[in-house]
Design a protein around this ligand. Structure first.
Ligand code: FMN
Length: 350
């Protein structure tokens, strides 16, 4: 062994002592497998036969290149505060090189003066991929393809998330609950728009029954937004007054829907090589990795990035960088050199 210079040796000693202190004083048991998406983990490979620096996480989606298979999930817009959150998220997404989805643009369709709060490309011209957002049910409430096209153009969206949220609407006394005849209207909308359209849940997931109906439409893909993360029935229950029907039903039905992992597998089967976005409770790089190994092309996170952006743009950057780095480590330790290889890693139910 070569001689260690004094300063290096001191640093090494401090590290060794610190190891002892940590092992002696902290709860260092792993507590079982590092679990992604509730009940899955990935097959660990202690001989990955690749270098960490070789792991290449970039992906192409709708002709746009992302540095990692991650999208900031659809959340907000329409108020000054929402505008500030969107700008922070946009700058963070551009810095890290991931995609960003806007919250429902209905507000700006109804009141064009609210458009500025959605203008993420002005805040971050390098943002690689932007999804617009409208509720599919709005097609039954007077919003047409022309209005949606104008809203998408105003934010230079690369794609549209058309959200499906029957549970959320039904829990609200004032909800838009006329969901009849939507399949034909969605098909007509998709044909009228220039950008690719994805159907998206908001936390209730896409079941096999829904996936079959959606896959028959000319959609470019689907975002599962399954159960296990933010529950919109629950969110709406908190909006109702204590003891009200809204509050009680929202609470009772908070977990109604399809778990995210199951929904990803179902949607991959139904959608073939169209885009599948895994979302709903994605919180860690391991969750992202599991979502991809189960069949997603990219994963989207909403609530954790809202929390970070609410703190600061730097906190949002840090949260994204942490996710990307964790994902890189998981790829390395599963022998996956890139996202394509991650898709082939064995998923283990825990
Ligand atoms: C504050 C907030 C607002 C949201 N608004 C929308 C919306 O306008 N349109 C939409 O499609 N989804 C919306 N969602 C749902 C998210 O896009 C996502 O599908 C859901 O929250 C599950 O992901 P999560 O567990 O990572 O939060 C919103 C989520 C949050 C947290």
């Amino acid at each position: 062994m070569t001689d260690t210079p004094d300063t290096d040796r001191e640093a090494l000693e401090r590290r060794k002592d610190a190891h002892l202190d940590v092992v002696l004083n902290e709860a260092v048991g792993g507590g079982g497998p590092s679990i992604g998406l509730g009940r899955y983990t990935l097959e660990y490979d202690a001989l990955p036969e690749l270098d960490l620096v070789e792991v290449e996480l970039s992906v192409e989606i709708f002709g746009k290149r992302l540095a990692a298979p991650i999208v900031i999930g659809a959340m907000t817009g329409g108020t000054a505060r929402a505008g500030e959150i969107n700008r922070r998220l946009a700058r963070a997404a551009a810095k890290v090189g991931v995609g960003m989805a806007l919250g429902s643009q209905r507000a700006m369709i109804v009141k064009p003066e609210l458009s500025a709060s959605f203008a993420v490309r002005e805040a971050a011209p390098d943002l690689p991929l932007v999804f617009g957002n409208v509720g599919a049910v709005q097609l039954n409430y007077g919003v047409d393809a022309g209005a949606i096209e104008a809203a998408l153009d105003a934010v230079s969206a690369d794609a549209l998330n058309l959200h499906l949220n029957p549970l959320q609407e039904a829990v609200q006394p004032e909800g838009d609950t006329r969901f009849s005849g939507l399949s034909d209207k969605i098909a007509a909308l998709v044909r009228a728009l220039r950008v690719p359209v994805l159907a998206k849940e908001v936390g209730g997931g896409i079941s096999a029954r829904t996936a079959k109906k959606l896959a028959a439409l000319p959609l470019a893909g689907v975002e599962v937004a399954g159960t296990g993360g933010t529950s919109w029935a629950k969110v709406e229950s908190f909006r109702g007054t204590e003891g009200s029907i809204q509050s009680e039903i929202g609470r009772r039905l908070a977990g109604f829907g399809v778990p995210t992992g199951e929904s990803i597998v179902t949607c991959r089967e139904a959608f073939g090589d169209r885009v599948v976005v895994g979302s709903g409770g994605i919180r860690t790089g391991m969750d992202v990795a599991v979502a991809i190994a189960l069949g997603a092309d990219v994963a989207a996170l909403a609530k954790p990035l809202l929390e970070a952006a609410n703190e600061s743009e730097e906190a949002a950057v840090r949260a994204l960088e942490l996710l990307v780095h964790e994902l890189r480590v998981v790829c390395f330790c599963t022998g996956a050199k890139n996202v394509r290889e991650l898709r082939r890693v064995n998923v283990l139910a825990v």
